[in-house]
Design a protein around this ligand. Structure first.
Ligand code: Q46
Ligand code: ZN
Ligand code: ZN
Length: 318
């Protein structure tokens, strides 16, 4: 297949756009799509300081790469969760993904890059924390999400970043939307957006500049641009419901190219038209008594409660 723009061999054929591009024109097109999304949803401008949450995977490294190429002040944050370290073997998932991020960052001298090592800062890895609080039951993903949200917001606030950017792509967003619609989780649906504005209580503005780009498009960009990323998923991702939803949507896409994009963009249009209003009950937030981050819980936030020793029931029998 030939490139639409120069008739060289195409490296990708995007059936949903009826567009095939070569290795020179594809990255140009991709970067332009990201720029358009940033502008369309008023995500940030050249004066913003953007903190990019990077995992070592293709999406987040692609996002960081594109933002730097576009000239934005984009700095990285990697959270080392210590996954795989419990085996005592070198080369676990977190070690490998951290190496990928460090190698990427080294190619951009002068660009700041922060690492938060959970074990070094808090004395436990994610599997250890989750094993303790969940008493060995289930996957650590909900604890992982809680920790990542907390650390990202903390670093963004401490570093005076104005925006926090994540590498969620169209496949992620469509699968999340699909899952939330299946269970009619209206609160989550109302809060799913390319931009979540900063809150006065201390939540930093969050943006998803890749939300309209397919996963295979970010993979193709990473490949063509020579970005070295970790191919393996987190070992705990195996069997996740979101992967099942992605497979279902991929089947739909196979038969009807563009279905995934229409599904998501249609939702955004409906959202803009007011179909999914945020619930009116406002949750009162206040600073956590330990870390100062906003929380609805009285006293300690959910993150700080992870470290609170469980109170033994008082034994006051005679
Ligand atoms: S990193 Fe964390 Fe994911 Fe691994 S433990 Fe689960 S949530 S699967 S994005
Ligand atoms: Zn071309
Ligand atoms: Zn706290």
């Amino acid at each position: 297949m030939k490139c639409r723009k120069c008739s060289r061999q195409a490296v990708i054929n995007m059936r949903q756009h009826k567009l095939a591009l070569c290795e020179a024109h594809y990255p140009e097109w991709f970067v332009l799509q990201v720029q358009r999304a940033i502008e369309k949803y008023h995500m940030f401008g050249p004066h913003d300081r953007v903190l990019v949450a990077v995992s070592g995977g293709k999406d987040s490294l692609t996002l960081w790469d594109v933002l730097l190429r576009l000239g934005y002040q984009a700095e990285g944050l990697y959270i080392d969760l210590g996954i795989g370290r419990e085996d005592g073997e070198p080369g676990g998932y977190s070690t490998l993904s951290r190496e990928k991020v460090e190698r990427f960052a080294a190619q951009w001298p002068g660009v700041r890059f922060t690492v938060v090592d959970l074990w070094a800062e808090y004395g436990e890895t994610l599997p250890e924390i989750a094993g303790r609080v969940q008493r060995g039951r289930g996957k650590p993903c909900s604890v992982c999400g809680l920790i990542k949200r907390h650390v990202m917001n903390r670093i963004a606030r401490e570093g005076h970043y104005t925006v926090l950017a994540t590498g969620h792509n169209l496949d992620d967003e469509a699968a999340t939307l699909f899952g939330n619609l299946l269970h009619w989780q209206t609160g989550y649906i109302a809060r799913q957006a390319p931009v979540l504005p900063a809150s006065e209580d201390g939540f930093v503005r969050k943006v998803k500049p890749l939300c309209r780009l397919y996963e295979r498009e970010t993979a193709a960009y990473a490949l063509v641009s020579g970005i070295d990323y970790i191919y393996d998923e987190c070992p705990y991702a195996v069997g996740a419901t979101s992967l099942h939803h992605k497979e279902l949507l991929n089947r739909l896409e196979e038969e009807s190219p563009g279905a995934k994009l229409q599904f998501y963009l249609g939702f955004l249009r409906a959202r803009e038209a007011g179909f999914f209003c945020e619930q009116s009950e406002m949750v009162a937030l206040h600073p956590c008594t330990n870390c100062g981050q906003p929380t609805s819980a009285p006293g300690l936030c959910a993150f700080c409660r992870l470290w609170k020793p469980k109170q033994e029931p008082a034994d006051d029998r005679p």
